[in-house]
Design a binder for this molecule. Sequence first.
Ligand code: ZN
Length: 169
Amino acid sequence: MTKLEILTYPNTFLFRPTNPVENIDGKIQDLIEDMAVTMYDAPGIGLAAIQVGHDKSLLVFDVSPKDEKRSLQVLINPKIISKEGTIISEEEGCLSVPDYRADVKRAEKILVQGYDREGKPLQIEAEGLLSLVLQHEIDHLNGVLFIDHLSSLKRQMYKRRVKKNLRKK
Ligand code: ZN
């Protein structure tokens, strides 16, 4: 198991749409293990393959409370089948958008279909934190970052800050 480098904005790889996983082979299993190590180490509650440089439709997440045992979840080729209601995610953040948090308008409940790491079809009815995490991670698989949901003014402010910091380096 290897900890992978997490790509951060403005790395253009993050804007790429991903390709479906066609074979859940040993390479994919290794990638899942590496992504899990990387996510727990960060620490984060969700990570998409594109964030570690693989343009595959694959994500890992774990929304179990801190005082409970870890429970790694894997979702391959996920699709949001339906959405219901609206909710504001408070202070949403992203490992690929460091040092920035913002409220994002999201669906309250979603129905997701995909596959688990054994290739078995999976259906998840999600609400609360799980719903927000899955919407955030599935966005990644479509080349979308949470800052893309913000007003253009807020997004511009963030982009300017990143440019300034890059110049300082
Ligand atoms: Zn993210």
